[in-house]
Design a protein around this ligand. Structure first.
Ligand code: NAP
Length: 283
């Protein structure tokens, strides 16, 4: 891969989960709306990576974008997160499972490298297991071989992330987590990310935080800002230095989301939003 011909890490990622037969249309619409970062996974139960690749082929064919304009991120999903449609031989050693899943993703996406390759989640919910380390070492090898520009980890807790950062030869460049407002927007993990120079990717910013929509202080911020409620959340996330994901299926919402720069809210509103759902600290 030629470093002068790769996309910068975008401000926003378009997420492709749960779209099934609508995946191709959504990805085409998202790129046409202006998204340049795509998040997917070789996990057929939640993602349709083949259809993401079909959308990309359509866009390349029509000259809308080329591969070098895009930041493509996909994931290795261990056996526990998969159904029967596995992209690897489950009897093979984990190192081979990662290689098989990765190679299958390259085929699905029609590329010879990805911009980011993410461990979808540790196999043990509490700590990093031997299996997790085997998987991570295999992901590191892909990075060393130049097949993925960045590596990342998803659905991690604080102890797991600290252990990974301390023991990795190639530290994660990204953490992708569900971002709960009631945990001060995953403040502990974000602080550790800052210490290690990791970019925090936030998913479920809207769907995990329905309670803030009912908060009068949030309604006031929405009114004052002139933005929609989702735009307030995304602008806040951007202002905090997060890389947000959105998986909206609507073109109008895609444009709304992309219009956020992170500079729309004033400092008092940003302070208020940080603790808006934190018990006993909130407004
Ligand atoms: N690593 C993991 O384990 C993991 C887990 C979950 C998700 N993800 C990634 O994150 C992506 C996003 O998932 P998500 O959980 O954040 O949920 P999402 O798929 O982005 O869902 C957002 C919901 O909010 C609605 N919405 C309303 N107004 C919106 C607006 N202006 N902008 C955006 N949405 C609006 C959407 O409906 P409309 O379609 O009608 O707009 C949709 O129902 C996924 O596609 C996937 O790539 C990763």
């Amino acid at each position: 891969m030629d470093a002068s011909k790769v996309a910068a890490v975008p401000r926003f990622l378009y997420g492709t989960a749960w779209k099934e037969e609508d995946t191709r249309r959504c990805v085409v619409a998202a790129i046409e709306a202006g998204f340049r970062g795509i998040d997917t996974a070789n996990q057929r139960v939640h993602y349709h990576e083949v259809a993401v690749g079909e959308a990309l082929a359509d866009l390349y064919g029509r000259g809308v974008v080329s591969r070098q304009d895009l930041f493509l991120q996909t994931k290795f999903t261990p056996r526990g997160g998969q159904d029967h449609r596995l992209p690897y031989d489950e009897a093979a050693p984990l190192k081979q499972q990662v290689a098989q899943s990765f190679s299958s993703s390259l085929g699905h996406l029609g590329t010879d490298f990805v911009d980011s390759y993410v461990l979808h989640g540790p196999t043990n919910p509490a700590r990093l297991s031997t299996a997790d380390w085997d998987i991570w070492r295999a992901i590191e090898e892909l990075h060393r071989a130049g097949q993925t520009r960045y590596v990342g980890v998803s659905n991690v807790n604080l102890d797991q992330l600290r252990a990974l950062c301390e023991g990795a030869d190639v530290r994660p460049h990204f953490v992708q987590n569900r971002c709960f407002a009631r945990r001060r927007w995953d403040a502990d993990i974000r602080a550790l990310c800052r210490d290690y120079g990791i970019t925090y990717q936030a998913f479920s910013l809207l769907t995990a935080n329905g309670e803030i929509a009912r908060n009068p202080a949030f309604a006031q911020i929405v009114k004052r800002s002139g933005m929609t409620p989702p735009q307030v959340v995304f602008s806040f996330a951007l202002a905090l230095g997060m890389l947000p994901l959105t998986g909206t299926t609507k073109e109008a919402h895609m444009r709304d989301d992309l219009a956020c720069t992170g500079e729309e809210l004033d400092p008092d509103d940003l302070d208020a939003l940080e603790t808006i759902a934190t018990p006993s600290v909130g407004l």
